[in-house]
Design a protein. Structure first.
Length: 278
């Protein structure tokens, strides 16, 4: 084959791959639109009404969005039970429904890199690797309730998933926390800054989040009571995840204590929980 022939063949292959990818994206978009317009089966909706009290506060329009996003997650992500946990519709719907709160009024979805949700019956042991002295790393085993991996996996303890959802006013919600990490990791690094709508948004985001994070660290160092869980002081990524839990479950307290943070989260999540909070 001549050089020109090789170039022609390569061009044809590239064009074919491009067309195939476009067709796949178009099919995915159509499928998502269909699922967003399809109401949840009555039994599945009942799971949300009983297990996720926060769902009952939503106006009908937002309930429909939660139902649509729930069906998309169930259709396009794999839910796996570990350590003997049998995966059921109740588990899948309860988790997907809570995660869908993070997508209210959004045009986008969770990153396509998110592939699966692993669920344990209760707290489980996980290996962690932390940087140590002299560039060395130390490996340890910890008992945890949940994790979000940058390879597209969310891990949850089912008993805490139910417990944290049952009280919508305490600022603790395992599903919101771990799926907020997935939004953060969608930008390529878990640094507390998810993908924002435009380049202009990053300056305001960094200013609001950096200042409130510094203030939060000072409050926790002094032992002062804060509206957010102290775990948010671990690093900016955990601060964003904890702030997300608090935003949806304790909006009045967060608005009063840290109005700049609350307003920035309203802009990012495109919703204002104060409008439908009890």
């Amino acid at each position: 084959m001549t050089g020109a022939g090789i170039l022609l063949f390569a061009a044809i292959v590239v064009a074919a791959i491009f067309c195939w990818r476009q067709q796949g994206l178009r099919a995915l978009r159509v499928r998502r639109e269909e699922l967003m317009a399809t109401p949840l089966p009555e039994g599945w909706r009942r799971f949300l009404e009983v297990n996720v009290p926060l769902f009952n506060r939503l106006p009908s329009e937002l309930k429909q969005q939660v139902e649509g996003h729930t069906q998309i997650l169930l259709d396009q992500k794999v839910f796996e039970g570990h350590d003997g946990l049998e995966m059921t519709d109740e588990i899948r719907v309860t988790i997907a429904g809570q995660a869908s709160f993070l997508l209210l009024n959004q045009k986008g979805f969770f990153p396509d890199t998110l592939r699966s949700v692993i669920v344990y019956p209760s707290a489980y042991k996980a290996r962690t690797i932390k940087p140590g002295v002299g560039g060395l790393y130390t490996e340890s085993e910890q008992t945890v309730l949940g994790q979000s991996w940058d390879v597209g996996v969310v891990v949850l303890a089912w008993d805490n998933t139910r417990h944290s959802a049952a009280n919508p006013n305490d600022g603790h919600n395992l599903v919101l926390h771990e799926f907020a990490h997935q939004l953060d990791q969608g930008s390529g690094a878990a640094d507390g800054t998810p993908i924002l709508r435009s380049r202009d948004c990053y300056g305001e985001w960094r200013q609001a989040m950096s200042q409130t994070y510094r203030d939060f660290l000072e409050d926790t160092d002094r032992g002062q009571k804060t509206v957010m869980d102290d775990y948010g002081a671990t690093n900016p990524a955990e601060f964003f995840a904890v702030a997300t839990e608090t935003f949806f479950e304790k909006p009045r307290q967060l608005k009063k204590k840290r109005p700049e943070l609350y307003d920035e989260l309203c802009t990012y999540y495109r919703t204002n929980p104060l409008k439908w909070a009890d």
